[in-house]
Design a protein around this ligand. Structure first.
Ligand code: FRU
Length: 479
């Protein structure tokens, strides 16, 4: 008997240019790669309901990072190697073939304890980038190392010369999160090289490190990961789980990653489980899940849940990772709504009821006599639903949401010129501050299209360019 995939029942919160599933649940981006002329992105997908369930891999591809075409489900769980789920993983191209390396999830039969599971690592491949065949000798990594708990997942693979390496998210039996490293000459036979980095303490660095990614940028090695269990500290680590990075150096003679402190990558409520790829033109591109475990997602009532962020480019400047929307964003612009320079002297509506809009704002604080400014996203009664406040004295941004009681914070490097680059979609906003030094990623849920206002407690000089963006960038086909 075949079950039918869930269907959308209402499109009020559907996004215009962010990847989501045709219907059903999604979480982490997986298998981000470039193969035979297309960027491919896969995602953790439960097609039978708008809640997490046995994980499939959903799939979309694009020639320009902007217009995405939905493809058939790439991986379906249920084979002996992935009985209860095809969990997160990555992709690599070898000899004109696309390989997916992913985690198989297995519950022990006989009890309903969700923590009572085991995990292994598997492979699937494709020559056309559309249909995938599971490798017949799966698993490729059957068991975790002896000093590991059952948490053993999310392989990220890359190539150095003739060899392939992969990192896995793991938990040591002492209850600390860590990343472990493997090496292979053929993608099939893997040698365990040991743990390369590990949490110092559970409270400060977490009990399990999910979704590791290791890459070089500007002659530094960066370990990007999503630790579970870091405790909140004043205005930091406020989400249930964090995503952030260590800058350091991977030494392949000792298999150690020497590293500096953990830094959160995004300051919003809805950002998790990143994955990067190296684009053919050398850019380091990033996707993430635009959500967080246990966040309220009203779209579940409508037959879907979760989306990916708009793809971003990563840059390293002075030991800090900057994120910006990929430059192809300009191709999404359908109309210039306004382009002006003026003195803002009272609360000003910059955008009126637009679902898809981009704002580029430059605020000159050189002669500013006030203490703060606010950017507000408002409903059709002009009630602010999301407020981004900047405090001149402390250089601190605070983001408040009317639907939540827990603000988010970020302090920027002191400067008198503040640039805000903002991407609004039907139910999401991504705010890039000062060329991507600081980013807030958020979902919001309004019955009507939002407006955007700016106000300050004293006049300030503002330059603003505002564009309408396409709402037809994602092609779901006949789903
Ligand atoms: C991260 C994660 C991964 C896992 C996947 C399961 O959000 O928990 O560690 O592979 O989601 O869907």
């Amino acid at each position: 008997m075949t079950r039918d995939y869930i269907k959308l029942t209402n499109s009020r919160y559907r996004l215009g240019y962010h990847i989501a599933a045709p219907a059903g649940w999604i979480n982490d981006p997986n298998g981000f790669c470039f193969f035979k002329g297309y960027y491919h992105i896969f995602y953790q997908y439960h097609p039978y309901s708008a809640s997490w369930g046995p994980m499939h891999w959903g799939h979309a591809r694009s020639q320009d990072l902007i217009h995405w075409e939905n493809l058939p489900t790439a991986l379906t769980p249920g084979d002996p190697e992935d009985k209860d789920g095809c969990f997160s993983g990555s992709a690599i191209v070898k000899d004109d073939r696309l390989y997916l390396i992913y985690t198989g999830h297995h519950y022990y039969p006989g009890d309903n304890d969700p923590e009572h599971f085991w995990q292994n690592q598997n492979m699937a491949y494709s020559d056309d980038g559309i249909t995938f065949t599971k490798y017949k000798h799966n698993p490729i990594i059957a068991l975790p190392p002896k000093d590991n708990t059952q948490h053993f997942r999310d392989p990220k693979v890359w190539q150095i010369g003739r060899n392939y390496y992969l990192v896995l998210g793991s938990q040591e039996t002492d209850g600390l999160g860590r990343v472990i490293l493997y090496k292979s000459a053929n993608l099939v036979d893997w040698t365990y090289l040991g743990p390369i980095a590990k949490a110092k303490t559970r409270k400060t660095e977490g009990y399990m490190w999910e979704c590791p990614d290791l890459f070089s940028l500007d002659n530094q090695d960066i370990l990007l990961l999503s630790p579970q269990g870091i405790e909140p500290q004043a205005k930091k680590y406020l989400n249930l789980n964090q995503t952030g990075y260590f800058i350091g150096e991977l030494d392949l003679t000792t298999n150690q990653f020497k590293r500096a402190a953990f830094t959160e990558l995004d300051h919003g409520h809805d950002f998790y489980a990143t994955q990067t790829m190296l684009a053919p033109d050398g850019r380091r591109l990033l996707f993430a899940w635009m959500a967080m475990w246990e966040n309220h997602m009203p779209e579940q009532q409508d037959g879907w849940a979760g989306a990916l962020i708009f793809p971003r480019e990563l840059k390293l400047k002075g030991n800090h990772l900057y994120m910006n929307p990929v430059k192809e964003l300009t191709q999404l612009r359908t109309r210039t709504l306004s382009s002006q320079q003026f003195e803002l002297s009272q609360a000003t509506q910059l955008v009126k009821t637009q679902a898809q809009v981009e704002l580029q704002l430059t605020l000159d604080l050189n002669n500013f006599k006030g203490h703060h400014f606010n950017l507000n996203l408002t409903d059709d009664h002009d009630v602010a639903q999301l407020i981004l406040n900047y405090d001149i004295a402390t250089h601190e941004f605070t983001l408040k949401r009317k639907d939540r009681s827990d603000p988010r914070y970020a302090t920027i490097k002191p400067t008198n010129i503040i640039e805000l680059h903002i991407l609004v979609d039907t139910s999401s906003i991504e705010i890039f501050i000062n060329s991507g030094e600081t980013v807030f990623t958020e979902r919001f849920y309004l019955p009507t299209k939002p407006s955007i206002w700016l106000n300050s407690d004293s006049p300030l000089m503002l330059k603003s360019e505002i564009y309408q963006l396409s709402n037809e960038a994602i092609d779901y086909g006949i789903n």
